[in-house]
Design a binder for this molecule. Structure first.
Ligand code: ADP
Ligand code: ZN
Length: 740
């Protein structure tokens, strides 16, 4: 056999296991097994069996190999398509870049072990051949079943019963009487193939040029990154769906390739899925945390077998086993939701570029408000750029104005200023829709004693408890701690002295209810719209004009298309600017521009009102002028001299322990061993802003280097020199996005 020939002489292979171990382990390959790199294998580890992947031979031979006689053999091969080399290299790359054990990364690439077994065939029913001695009774129900069946075809039970309008019991009865027989259903992929020739909307003007350029990049079947920008509503989605069609198309005798689209909040993307269906006639395969385990299994397997041509997913979809990936799209590439903050800490936008490179695929980053990172990569020539300057169909961009809260403050105890109240009243009066945006869940962010000034805090975190009045709870938004609001102050004992300070969406709703009792109101926040179905229903109600006033958190900023929405009011435009985050201004501009972009997407022009205490702030000026390019250039000019990202590199070390002294000691040791030299700087250790999180004390150190200096070797060397006690954790965050 061919298999044995290739294996003779190589009796030892490395097997990477999906466990946080230092590296791959050596195993013996029993003859006549063929265990090539990529093969899924079951191997003994201590007392158990573990599934892993045959990894590639090391670049340099192991100086102290396990002796042959101690080597344990691979138990068996799994009947699954081998892991492609591009994915193996990706696992290695992510591991090296993020300083995570390779097995921890591999675990993300084999998140559905059940998919490694072949799918169990499903049973259905066929018509029994005519004949037999007894003639069973044919009731009208039974006749309907017989009419619904085709001779020689196996029918799945539930759909058959439904079509005939009978219960499954009727089918069983018919089988007992010999009218039908059980049979195995042929394996059929549940993923329909999107048809690249299915007609999409005709791209007009600049869209057509940009679309052609993007299709050419995909057709080249080679790696390259393109930043696709354009104002909200300019047709970026239509243009990249066209690129997806190109990717699926066979070319030069080669079959079509697979495409992956990453969305930041896939669970909220009902409208996007409708657009995909309208464009291709079928639904794409979905990949996110709310997909059921059965569907995950089918999806993983279908992707591995090349039967799921298009996957739309969250960041973890990057680790699906595509055998031939031709296009990776990252929509809303500026979104911080692409950063995974626990486990393997990685940025899905950046890793998407790597995945595309290792697969010889085109990568398209899409945004109306691109990150400074991506803009800088365009400037230095690493990425190409394509731009759509206008809204489709002549819709104009909304007019943005600032309401100066120092001049026209809200009434005492209120949060909506008179000009905003008047604008909402007028909009609703015209039969149009209005939206009030406040990026804060719950009723109030702070509960305080009027008598002694005591603030209600989380016992496990450095955080105030947020009042959720509808649920009668004070909640911590970091750890989930919840308690009922006490009747008296826990500090001074005064009764009824606790008072809510500041607004959350619930409180804005309360104010809106008093102001516009007749208006039909809808709150959109992650806790009021749990899951995809609720979000889809909310979007439908808004589109069908069953809602007059929408009150929402950042959920409403996502790519929704609400044609009747003409007014957006931002309750607190200054909210994101507090705190010393490097990207606070950039992020506020991006978020508020996205929110503003929900207004005036059809014929009626849109208007956006920003309530602010500092109308002269560059963020407000940028939003009013709409000149985001100039704003980003100013941002760049501020970050460049100090070598802040993207003009330098950062990596954070977060030291945590339940024992405060332990955390301090390890942080201090790391500080004493800090690397230095030309272009290398360490800031800290310092208590993290969230100095206590889920009961763990946290300290931070920040390594900052010039852009031409890689942080990984420095980090590796640094961490190797400092012993870390068992119950102290040191988390490495390369290219940190959050600084809490
Ligand atoms: P963006 O992704 O830039 O926000 P979209 O692709 O969502 O823009 O387009 C905005 C709206 O205009 C959508 O409803 C879309 O279907 C529509 N649209 C865009 N381009 C066209 C076109 N060429 N023909 C018809 N409708 C279009
Ligand atoms: Zn907490």
């Amino acid at each position: 056999m061919e298999d044995t020939a290739t294996v003779s002489g190589r009796t030892r292979v490395r097997v990477l296991l999906p466990l946080p171990l230092a590296g791959a382990y050596d195993y013996a390959v029993p003859a006549p097994m063929a265990a090539r790199p990529g093969a899924f294998v079951s191997v003994p580890l201590n007392q158990r069996e573990v599934i892993g992947v045959v990894w590639d031979p090391p670049a340099e031979p192991d100086p102290n190999p396990v002796p042959d006689r101690r080597l344990r053999p691979i138990s068996h091969l799994l009947p699954a398509p081998p892991m492609a080399e591009s994915l193996r290299r990706f696992v290695d790359w992510v591991s090296a870049y993020t300083l995570s054990p390779p097995g921890a990364v591999l675990r993300m690439a084999m998140s559905v072990p059940a998919a490694l077994e072949p799918p169990t065939p499903q049973a259905g029913w066929v018509l029994a051949p005519p004949g037999g001695n007894s003639r069973p009774r044919i009731t009208p129900e039974r006749q309907r079943v017989l009419d619904a069946m085709q001779p020689g075809e196996v029918h799945a039970g539930a759909p058959l019963a439904e079509r005939a309008g009978v219960s499954l019991g009727v089918l069983r009865g018919m089988a007992e009487n010999g009218l039908i027989r059980p049979a195995l259903l042929p394996h059929r992929s549940r993923f329909a193939r999107p048809d690249p020739a299915h007609p999409g909307p005709a791209l007009g003007g600049t869209q057509a040029e940009v679309g052609a350029a993007l299709r050419a990049k995909v057709a080249a079947r080679a790696f390259g990154v393109t930043l696709l920008t354009g104002v909200t509503g300019s047709g970026k989605t239509e243009v990249y769906l066209d690129a997806v069609a190109e990717c699926l198309r066979p070319r030069d005798g080669k079959p079509g390739r697979q495409a992956l689209v990453l969305l930041p909040e896939i669970a909220l993307s009902a409208q996007w899925l409708d657009r995909f269906r309208a464009r291709f006639g079928v639904a794409p395969a979905l990949w996110h945390s709310e997909v059921t385990s059965r569907t995950r299994r089918d999806t993983w397997r279908a992707v591995a077998e090349g039967e799921a041509p298009v996957v739309v997913g969250a960041r973890s979809a990057l680790f699906l086993p595509f055998p031939d990936l031709g296009l990776v799209v990252v929509d809303e590439e500026h979104e911080t939701a692409f950063k995974q903050e626990d486990g393997v800490v990685y940025h899905a936008r950046d890793m998407a570029v790597v995945r595309a490179r290792l697969s010889g695929a085109a990568c398209v980053l899409v945004s109306a408000t691109p990150s400074l990172e991506s803009l800088t990569n365009v400037e230095t020539g690493r990425y190409d750029a394509l731009h759509l300057p206008e809204r489709h169909g002549g819709a104009t961009l909304p007019a943005v104005e600032v309401i100066d809260l120092r001049r026209t403050p809200p009434e005492r105890g209120r949060f909506l200023s008179p000009p905003l109240v008047d604008a909402v009243t007028a909009t609703i009066g015209r039969g149009e829709q209005a939206m009030l945006f406040l990026n804060r869940r719950g009723y109030a962010p702070l509960t305080l004693c009027r008598h002694c000034g005591h603030r209600m805090r989380c016992p496990n975190c450095t955080a105030w408890l947020v009042e959720h009045r509808a649920k009668r709870l004070l909640q911590c938004h970091h750890c989930g701690h919840a308690e009922p609001p006490p009747a008296e102050c826990p500090e001074c004992g005064t009764e009824h002295s606790l008072t809510a300070v500041g607004p959350g969406v619930e409180r804005v709703l309360e104010e809106a209810t008093a102001l516009w009792p007749e208006a039909r109101r809808l709150v959109m926040a992650s806790d009021t719209l749990p899951g995809p179905a609720a979000a889809a229903e909310a979007a439908r109600a808004i589109q069908d004009r069953e809602v007059d006033l929408i009150i929402g958190t950042q959920i409403v900023a996502k790519g929704w298309h609400f044609p009747h929405l003409t007014l957006v009011g931002v309750v607190d435009a200054d909210l994101g600017l507090a705190g010393g985050d490097l990207r606070a201004a950039e992020r506020t501009v991006q978020l508020l521009h996205q929110v503003a972009g929900r207004a005036g997407r059809a014929e009626a022009p849109g208007r956006v009102l920003l309530q602010s205490f500092s109308p002269e702030h560059p963020v407000m000026r940028a939003l009013v002028s709409g000149d985001l390019e100039a704003f980003m250039q100013e941002e760049a000019a501020m970050r460049r001299p100090g070598h802040w990202p993207p003009f330098g590199r950062l990596a954070a070390l977060i030291v945590s322990s339940e024992e405060e002294r332990e955390a301090d000691r390890t942080a201090r040791d790391l500080g004493l061993a800090a690397p230095g030299g030309e272009g290398v700087q360490v800031l800290g250790p310092a208590p993290a802003p969230l100095a206590l999180l889920r009961g763990r004390h946290r300290r931070r150190l920040l390594l900052k280097t010039r852009r031409d200096i890689a942080v990984q070797p420095i980090l590796r060397d640094w961490l190797a020199r400092v012993p870390v006690p068992n119950h102290v954790r040191v988390q490495v965050d390369v290219d940190p996005v959050g600084f809490l």
